[in-house]
Design a protein. Sequence first.
Length: 168
Amino acid sequence: MRTKVLSLFALALLASACSSTPETTAAGNSGGNTAPAATQPAQPMAGGIQAGSREDFEINVGDRVFFGTDKSDIAAEARATLDKQAAWLQQYPSVTAVIEGHADERGTREYNLALGERRANAVKNYLQAAGVNPARLSTVSYGKERPAVLGSNEAAWQQNRRGVTVVQ
């Protein structure tokens, strides 16, 4: 019985993965023309990546920066990534972004939610100072609830102390 349930679940998952449609937004009020949300018109890039897409941002710019233990200040290494993020966001002015703040597993839930919020706001403030319209940016803190890497060691903790810019 358990095997049948797992098989049905796997089949449903496979079927849903094959039936996705591209995200589009209305380009105007009268014509119903659609284009990818990030740019109008969309420009394909090498490798099949759509210019102005989430994939373009993640692969060609970098969507995350890392923080020190109990820190929310922007490190020198993070500035280069955030400068590229700001330039990309200015190139695609119709794109909005949610900045996620994350923490490692150490500390209380409340402490890590507050730390994640400080990290998300630090990223938002940096992007704002670099010229990105603050109305296009929002923040959310996940604290330690969504680790990127599982583990209770320094290597895992380093990857989980992060700010992630998620373009919409």
